[in-house]
Design a protein around this ligand. Sequence first.
Ligand code: FAD
Ligand code: NAD
Length: 407
Amino acid sequence: MIRLRKPKIVVLGAGYGGLMAVTRLQKMIGVNEADLTLVNKNDYHYETTWLHEASAGTLHHDKARYQVKDVIDNSRVKFVKETVVSINKDEKKIVLSNGELEYDYLVISLGSHPETFGIKGLKEYAFGITNINAARQLREHIEYQFATYNTEEVKRDQRLAIVVGGAGFTGIEFLGELANRVPELCREYDVDHKKVRIICVEAAPTALPGFDPELVEYAVNHLERKGVEFKIGTAIKECVEDGIIVAKDDVMEEIKSDTVVWAAGVRGNSIVEEAGFENMRGRVKVDSYLRAPGHEDVFIIGDCSLVINEEINRPYPPTAQIAMQQGITAAKNIAVAVRDQGEMEEFKPDIKGTVASLGEDDAVGMVFGKKVMGTKASFMKKMIDNRALLMVGGAGLVVKKGKFKFF
Ligand code: FAD
Ligand code: NAD
């Protein structure tokens, strides 16, 4: 193939998938072979997998983020701090909040948006665990409720009622942090712990649907001991200004609360849908090389992509684990495409396991097919978190941002 100009590779999003792709591409592709651009709306990357801690206030949000420029080769990669507004795949253009970019090869790794299933009031009144701004806002909101409670003559107990929608992995991990944070807040603001309610509403017949039942029981018992009330088999039907309306077996109930947190699932970034790619809930079923069907120059990875687990004929749940592995494969395949030489690699997820934290000191997980719980699982969870830092930013980043308080 004769090229008249250097191809432009553009990566959208500096999350797990995007950073993994860029840090591999900057090593693989020579400066004379292609231009490399990374676009992200912030100048920092945040660890999405730590946002439940920042949201509850058990970890400062600065600990959960680092500067993008600290992990990329700035002489090789052009970093553009801008918000992507839209993708014009036919003209191979990206519209940014300020300007435009052209591409020859595109990696879309823009993460997810909350899935609200069209439930009334959620967008207006519920908090989400979605990014640093949202985490900071939720942490401050909860603290404000505790700080305000004793200033009012007529006490509003709903200030101290926190509702978490969804007992999936995000909901359970957030509950674990919250259950540890509440006693601290009670001490700090002289609030009687008995007045506080943490209520988790889960529509499915069990918490953590699909996870090992023994581990689910361990997690639920652990959280109940710390004061969490579970309403299982109960669906949130509406969110209103001062609480939620739920239904179990067609019986409706209103729960008064000044803090409703929606943690009941995600869909791919809406930009992907708006760009006109065929999708399921914002996720594009990519081919085995991670390309969008009909668009061999567009690679879609992370939460915007959909990969089928052939063993059960269902999509893999979107995780950081998969996003990072896809970032590596996408980088290899783009190198093949740019050089027009070699064989592209088929993407095969290598699922090592799943570990859910239950606060800083406890966790449950399935690792290499074995069940783990308690401090051992918690230790593993921190090692997984540290490994993600290592893979993107090397040992220096682990020293700066890693988790080392093991027991
Ligand atoms: P992200 O890592 O979310 O990155 C997307 C990036 O795109 C962000 O930097 C964002 O700022 C940027 N962006 C978004 N929109 C725009 C725009 N319009 N313009 C410019 N930039 C934009 N998975 C696991 O494997 N293990 C876990 O333990 C785990 N724990 C989790 C805990 C929580 C609380 C949550 C919410 C999720 C957890 N996950 C976990 C899931 C995991 O975080 C996601 O699957 C993973 O982050 C997806 O990676 P990504 O690269 O697709 O998106
Ligand atoms: P999820 O889809 O895994 O769980 C959402 C939960 O909300 C489900 O249990 C569902 O039944 C429930 N739900 C849906 N609608 C409801 C309603 N109207 N009322 C009450 N409950 C309702 O979503 P998530 O927990 O946000 O996780 C998103 C992705 O991130 C998943 O792929 C997950 O595996 C991953 N994740 C992984 C970890 C980890 O590995 N430790 C942690 C967090 C998230």
